[in-house]
Design a protein around this ligand. Structure first.
Ligand SMILES: Cc1cc2nc3c(=O)[nH]c(=O)nc-3n(C[C@H](O)[C@H](O)[C@H](O)COP(=O)(O)O)c2cc1C
Length: 346
């Protein structure tokens, strides 16, 4: 797939998820088969641009390109400045967030709230495209299907955004009103795909290879984007890639293989955030990994308890190493399924 000057290796994208898809996680997803990743949202407010959180999000060192940075905000001039700020720090693609339902974002009339004011939304798109164009940086847009069930205006915004110079659209098949409730529908994505010429990406509730194939077939979308199903399971991308290429399901990864990925992920995570913050913010990733794996009875819960009690990077790494070695020694013939594990860990 082509995005501006960039040829993407495949059509499997990692969704931006604030607090989850930081640089270490994006790097691991790309290593395990994702063709493209968008950074977590970066604020357009200049007073926050030097905050530790924002500057960490704007640090892309070591990440395979193209580097795509998502920006969010309500003011066209500020969004244009945010685009320039991120381009100066290495962004090769700028993604505008019109898809986030979070109160923190929507109360300030950004994220998916912007979809309620189409004129402002397009003013922002035009300003960002004008800021990015001199640098040859493509601008993309991520949105929901609309504000509410009776206001599914994503197709109208898609056409206007394409006319304004946006080069790729991603659509999460829920309205803002839905939050994360109900199910994503992909008919609106199919409609948009039939109307625009730029690439369209389908997003929402894609959790495995067959679903990925079905969504691609039903929508005609150029790519799919996966968020929550990749939490603790970054190898989902290679599973889907393999299935799309061969029609066969890959067996689950070997526990010792996962151990090696996880140790790399942890070391990268600790080095980005520092020991104090890194050890704490890694806990959620470790919990997700344990939930996603077919572990012996009760193991995910016990692992989580142990991890939550540890406060140093070395102890966290040792715990992962020892736990995975112990689980691998038990072998795959234990009676638990992944679903049982989810229930135990809930
Ligand atoms: C924890 C979390 C954080 C998210 N943060 C962002 C964000 O910063 N920007 C954005 O456009 N979408 C954000 N999203 C939405 C996802 O990108 C995606 O559209 C949504 O989760 C639906 O895809 P999924 O069903 O594959 O998870 C977030 C979702 C989650 C669960």
């Amino acid at each position: 797939m082509q995005l501006g000057p960039y040829t993407l290796p495949n059509a499997l994208f990692v969704a931006p998820m604030a607090g989850v898809t930081d640089r270490p996680f994006r790097k691991l997803c790309k290593r395990l088969g994702a063709g493209y990743a968008v950074s977590e949202m970066v604020t357009s407010r200049p007073d926050l641009q030097d905050s530790l959180k924002t500057s960490r999000r704007a640090d892309h060192s070591g990440e395979p390109g193209p580097i795509a940075v998502q920006i969010a905000g309500t003011d066209a001039a500020m969004m244009a400045d945010a685009a320039r700020y991120n381009i100066d720090r290495g962004a090769q693609i700028i993604d505008i967030n019109m898809g986030c339902p979070a109160k923190k974002v929507c109360n300030k009339w950004a994220g998916s709230a912007l979809m309620q004011d189409e004129a402002l939304a397009i003013e922002i798109v035009e300003a960002v495209v004008a800021a990015a164009a001199p640098h040859g940086v493509p601008v993309t847009l991520k949105m929901r299907t609309g504000w509410c069930a009776d206001g599914k205006n994503a197709p109208a915004i898609a056409l206007a955004a394409e006319a304004a110079g946006v080069q790729m659209l991603t659509v999460h098949g829920r309205t803002r009103e839905q939050g994360y409730k109900g199910f994503a529908e992909h008919d609106t994505v199919a409609l948009i795909k039939s109307r625009v010429k730029i690439p369209v990406v389908a997003n929402g509730d894609i959790t495995g290879p067959q679903q990925a194939r079905d969504v691609l077939a039903r929508t005609g979308a150029d790519a799919i984007m996966i968020g929550r199903a990749a939490q603790g399971r970054p190898w989902i991308f290679r599973e889907i890639a393999h299935f799309l290429a061969t029609g066969d399901m890959l067996p689950p990864p070997d526990l010792l293989e996962v151990k090696a990925w996880l140790l790399d992920h942890l070391e990268d995570h600790h080095s980005l955030y520092g020991e104090y913050t890194g050890v704490r913010s890694a806990r959620k990733h470790l919990g997700w990994y344990a939930q996603a794996l077919p572990l012996p009875a009760g193991a995910a819960g016990v692992f989580r308890q142990r991890i939550n009690a540890l406060t140093t990077a070395q102890a966290q790494l040792d715990c992962v190493r020892d736990s995975f070695d112990a689980w691998a020694a038990i072998g795959p013939d234990h009676p638990m399924t992944r679903e049982d594990n989810w229930k135990l860990a809930a």
